[in-house]
Ligand binder design. Structure first.
Ligand code: OAD
Length: 248
């Protein structure tokens, strides 16, 4: 993949880089994206029918079992070269921040440290009704021993507010960044889908890496259509690992 010399120079000189990721970066690890159909037992459900407070209140066990299945899928999955490439960038770019919409935990398993989880993490839990201590959680039953109520995964459900500290951290980094990557996301779910605009208003270079076109594609400074697990390692290799001599 031949990168424009101007892009290579900009990325090599960039200090503040933000990378927003979505379900597409975990697709090559075998995890379905939101816009893909679900598989097996859950194929008759759409995520938006399950990932809501109303669905949980209607049938807490069904939703608890769905997340148990998703946790099992995530634990069986391995970080792919796309996740690993971003962990590598973090070691090269002084102020790199990874902002993910994913709840699968694969970025931290790939070695990324500076991560903002905008939509939470399905390997963490909290009491549905109160703010009980997690030391009293019965994960097998999905019950809180302190209050006897139900447990829920510590993820953002449709219609819920994002964790304010995560969103503020993502916004603050985006408003100062020199380069903004949008990777493996359909760029249609807000407020995450607003981040690239904040970067562009700041004058940052906006780069998209996605398998299919999105609303961002025509507006990005650079758009690479393809698999993140293939494109990211090549890009990181050319820019940060074994930079070949720049052609003038
Ligand atoms: P989507 O399923 O909406 O989009 C995934 C994007 O990844 C699509 O545009 C695909 O083209 C692209 N894609 C698929 N495989 C890829 C690959 N190997 N390499 C690169 N791109 C690939 O998932 P998200 O954009 O993450 O919110 O969805 C955003 C949010 O919508 C989710 O976090 C979730 C959902 O509502 C909540 O759960 C709150």
């Amino acid at each position: 993949m031949d990168l424009p010399a101007k892009l290579i120079r900009s990325l090599r000189n960039a200090r503040r880089i933000v990378a927003l990721t979505g379900a597409g970066i975990s697709a090559e690890s075998g995890l379905a994206t939101f816009r893909d159909a679900q598989t097996g037992l859950w194929s008759k459900f759409k995520p938006e029918e399950l990932a809501t407070v109303e669905a949980f209140e209607r049938n807490p066990k069904l939703i608890w079992d769905w997340y148990a299945w998703r946790r099992e899928q995530a634990l069986k999955a391995e970080p792919n070269p796309g996740h690993l490439a971003l962990a590598k960038v973090e070691t090269r770019a002084p102020e790199f921040l990874l902002v993910t919409q994913n709840v699968d935990g694969l970025h931290s398993r790939a070695g990324s440290k500076r991560i903002v989880e905008l939509h939470g993490n399905l390997h963490r839990f909290r009491c549905f009704d109160h703010d009980c201590a997690s030391s009293n959680f019965d994960l097998a039953q999905g019950r809180c021993r302190s209050c006897g109520g139900n447990l829920r995964p510590d993820v953002v459900w449709f219609g819920e507010m994002l964790p304010i500290d995560a969103l503020e951290r993502a916004n603050a980094a985006t408003e100062k960044c020199d380069v903004f990557f949008s990777i493996g996301t359909s760029s249609v779910v807000y407020p995450a889908a607003d981040l690239w605009r904040r970067a562009k208003e700041r004058g940052a270079i906006v780069i998209e890496i996605n398998k299919d076109p999105t609303p961002l594609t025509p507006l990005a400074d650079y758009s690479f259509l393809g698999k993140a697990g293939e494109i990211l390692p090549q890009l990181v290799q050319q820019i940060w690992i074994s930079p070949n001599r720049l052609s003038n």
